[in-house]
Design a protein around this ligand. Structure first.
Ligand code: HSE
Length: 420
């Protein structure tokens, strides 16, 4: 009998309990011995009530073989996971914050103690991505990762687009479905996606990427006007996590972008995630599935538990994917150019166009037909796509645009991925 100690019994934890109670899991002789929760009273009427404890000591001093950490966050998860590895327990975690920050350190501890640390659920919810990157695509030099890796923001953007919901209502729905982080700012501001991108990039490019170095822009400033303008242009707004090998290193960023509806990622809606991995041998491979939520995430967690059981609870001869030791990797944005869709509120259209022409050598004005737009965008706006702007230059030009007397306000700036 393989004994499991579960740390946390919220959305994902209760999903893990549910899956492990299924007959197919029972046949594998897996049993949850103890469940660590903060407040036992909250779970008093649950069938697993007798397994609850509020003390980590009860778990680590028992004879559990695998510790499953689904509490999220760094504190106290880092301490608990480290102690578990030091005490010779295998660990399965869904915690991207923990893996993005301490993954390589914890992996080294696992190795030194002859146990395994698996974290498939930390990126892409139920989508198998970590193992395929390491194993199935091992023959490739991976050159690019493009993905929608945050279910909450994808859900919000999709609901704003399909049902005209406002941001707050869509966020509330995502929270009710159990997709959002305890503090949804990590989702909304793009930090959760940056952590996941750092983990994927580290595995794919075999180079340590510090998530704090990744330039991040969230969806907090995306308005209903942006969404309907995108639709008018045959595009969708998506929070895109992108990393790519360049001549000078790695470029990485997380930002809302306009994706042409013919792009496979543009059609990814609701809580679904999708990741396109580009390998030099295989070309593009698309991974797609539910990126958050109780059972999809639990599915990845339980898959890792099975992996440990399949290898007879041993780390001998098993080569798990390695997160590289932290090294100062300078992310490269210097040589990267993008197109940007820009909306400004003006008080003098002619003068504003002169300013725009002076700041952006190649640009295209957009005059949306009101009838086709589906909502009224104020007449006093100028909308244009600026082409081929160096990433390092855009802020400076937007600042200059904002200071012109004829321009009241820069309303939005959205990167355009591919041809818009
Ligand atoms: N809050 C995360 C998301 C959960 O929405 O994608 C899954 O990591």
């Amino acid at each position: 009998m393989v004994k499991i100690g579960l740390l946390g019994c919220g959305t994902i934890g209760s999903g893990v309990v549910e899956l492990l109670e299924r007959d197919s899991c029972r046949k594998n002789d897996l049993s949850i011995e103890k469940i660590l929760v903060r407040n036992k009273d909250k779970h008093y009427n649950k069938p697993y009530g007798c397994k609850l404890t509020d003390s980590f000591n009860d778990i680590i001093s028992s004879d559990v073989d695998i510790v499953v950490e689904v509490m999220g966050g760094i504190d106290p998860a880092y301490f608990y996971v480290k102690q578990s590895l030091l005490k010779g327990r295998h660990v399965v975690t869904a915690n991207k914050d923990l893996i993005a920050k301490f993954g390589s350190e914890l992996q080294n501890i696992a190795r030194q103690n002859g146990v395994r640390l698996l974290f498939e659920a930390s990126v892409g919810g139920g989508i198998p991505i970590i193992k395929p990157l390491k194993e199935c695509l091992a023959a490739n030099n991976i050159t690019e990762i493009r993905g929608i890796v945050n279910g909450t923001t994808n859900y919000i953007l999709s609901r704003m687009d399909s049902s005209g919901l406002d941001f707050e209502t869509a966020l509330k729905e995502a929270q009710q479905c159990g997709y959002a982080e305890a503090n949804p700012e990590a989702d909304i501001l793009g930090l959760d996606a940056a952590r996941k991108l750092a983990i994927l990039s580290s595995i794919a490019f075999r180079i340590s990427v510090n998530y704090e170095d990744i330039p991040v822009q969230g969806i907090n400033n995306i308005s209903a006007d942006d969404i309907s303008l995108a639709r008018y242009l045959g595009c969708s707004v998506k929070l895109l996590a992108l990393s790519r090998k360049t001549d000078h290193g790695i470029m990485a960023r997380v930002a809302p972008v306009l994706l042409k509806n013919t792009d496979s990622l543009a059609r990814v809606s609701d809580v679904y995630n999708a990741i396109v991995v580009k390998g030099d041998a295989v070309g593009d491979v698309l991974f797609f599935g539910r990126g958050a939520g109780k059972l999809p995430t639990a599915s990845a967690v339980v898959g890792d538990i099975f992996d440990i059981v399949r290898h007879n609870m041993s780390s001998q001869g098993v080569e798990d994917c390695k997160l590289e030791d932290p090294a100062p990797v300078k992310l490269d944005t210097a040589g990267c150019k993008s197109d940007f869709l820009i909306r400004v509120k003006v008080n003098d259209r002619i003068e504003a166009m002169n300013i725009i022409a002076g700041l952006f050598s190649r640009f295209e004005l957009i005059f949306p037909e009101r009838a086709k737009l589906g909502r009224l965008i104020d007449q006093d706006q100028v909308i244009f796509v600026a082409h081929d702007i160096y990433e390092t230059d855009i802020d400076k030009r937007i600042d200059l645009l904002g200071t012109a007397d004829c321009i009241d306000n820069v309303l939005s700036i959205l990167r355009v991925e591919g041809e818009a």
